[in-house]
Design a protein around this ligand. Structure first.
Ligand code: WQD
Length: 343
């Protein structure tokens, strides 16, 4: 199939593009490069050893987005484009609702106009909010996130459910990511956050490579084995494989819309991840314990059984592999990709 990957130059999107190509699909990238680097394209083509079609486009622009479909040869869409920083969404909710909702409505509108009826949506486990107990099931109800970013995912899931119900033949998979980490084994692409990383793994990697002095552990008084927060970290290459399994599954999906948890089902604590990273990198990761971070849950991890049963997909890589692959990427790109000259 010819699959349009919106946000295809981003962290998850770029790994998904590679997985699609490796599975025999053709991937087309649409990205505005607001949170990704143009250097990714050259690196993707180097890894895949094929040219990759890429369009720089604002997905909130109806005409520009329509042109992506005008050639009439898109079979399916994997919609990864969107703003995704929890903290930023709290201080800039208008930007988050405008961008994430508008871009999705624009893409869905172009799909309807051009008869494209297959969609995989990049959702997030943050839709489960604080009201449910791990392991988290897709049947949890109601969905309610504690931050505007997560709320955009809740609302978009509902929008796509209603659109699919009204448009004959649509099939939509809602992929609820847990905590994507790691990098392609080449070390050429990986998570490249701008500024101070919000998320644990990139922060740990930047401490290990000497870019940051120490990690602040956000609280060690949670009701967990070592007192620090537990999460379901999933290797981004496993996550990308989940997208391919989902897009291949759409035609045979029994319902118009189906949510799938993409996680390992195994929680790892902050200190557990720090220890794994130190072993994988051979580098010390000094830390101090600070106060809890507002909005953080103590524990969040997936029940991944539906994806295994229905997509035939399961995460394969260990936390040690996640750390080793992250370290290889960080060593090769100590100040990230943006500082690298684009040839
Ligand atoms: C993990 C653990 C922190 C940083 C969020 C979004 C989710 C997805 C991933 C987009 C927690 C602790 C972190 C640090 C720390 N985002 N921590 N020091 O909050 O589980 O999930 O990012 O798709 O949707 O909700 O991820 O990596 O920020 O935190 O101690 O400097 O690490 O308290 O326990 P989180 P995270």
């Amino acid at each position: 199939m010819r699959v349009l990957v919106t946000g295809g130059a981003g962290y998850v999107g770029s790994h998904t593009v590679l997985a699609l190509i490796e599975a025999g699909h053709t991937a087309v990238i649409a990205d505005n490069f607001s949170n990704s680097n143009r250097a990714v394209l050259e690196r993707l083509e180097s890894i895949a050893d094929v040219p990759i079609e890429c369009h720089e486009v604002e997905l909130t622009d109806d005409e520009a987005t329509d042109r992506l479909f005008s050639a009439g040869d898109i079979d399916a869409v994997i919609h990864c484009a969107g703003l995704k920083a929890v903290g930023e969404s709290v201080s800039a909710p208008l930007e988050y609702y405008r961008n994430n909702l508008d871009s999705t409505l624009t893409v869905a509108g172009a799909m309807a106009k051009h008869g494209v009826r297959r969609l995989v949506f990049s959702s997030s486990a943050t839709v489960y909010g604080a009201g449910h107990t791990s392991p988290l099931s897709e049947d949890s109800w109601p969905l309610e996130s504690s931050n505007p970013y997560g709320q955009t995912k809740v609302i978009i899931e509902r929008m796509l459910t209603d659109i699919a119900a009204a448009n004959t033949g649509w099939k939509v998979a809602l992929l609820r990511y847990f905590n994507p980490v790691g990098a392609h084994s080449s070390g050429l692409i990986g998570e490249d956050p701008r500024g101070i990383p919000n998320n644990l793994m990139p922060f740990v990697a930047q401490v290990a490579v000497g870019r940051r002095e120490r990690l602040t552990v956000h609280g060690d008084d949670y009701d967990t084995a070592d007192g620090t927060g537990e999460r379901d970290y999933i290797h981004v290459v496993d996550l990308a494989a989940g997208h391919v399994a989902a897009v291949d599954h759409l035609d045979s999906m029994a319902t118009d819309v189906r949510a799938f948890n993409l996680g390992t089902g195994r929680p790892t604590s902050v200190l557990g991840l720090v220890g794994a990273f130190e072993r994988a990198s051979g580098q010390a990761v000094p830390y101090v314990v600070g106060p809890r971070r507002d909005g953080d849950l103590a524990v969040a991890y997936a029940d991944p059984s539906r994806a295994r049963a229905e997509l035939g997909w399961a995460a394969a890589r260990s936390i040690e592999e996640m750390c080793a692959d992250t370290w290889r990427w960080q060593q090769a790109n100590p100040t990230g990709m943006s500082s690298q000259l684009v040839s």
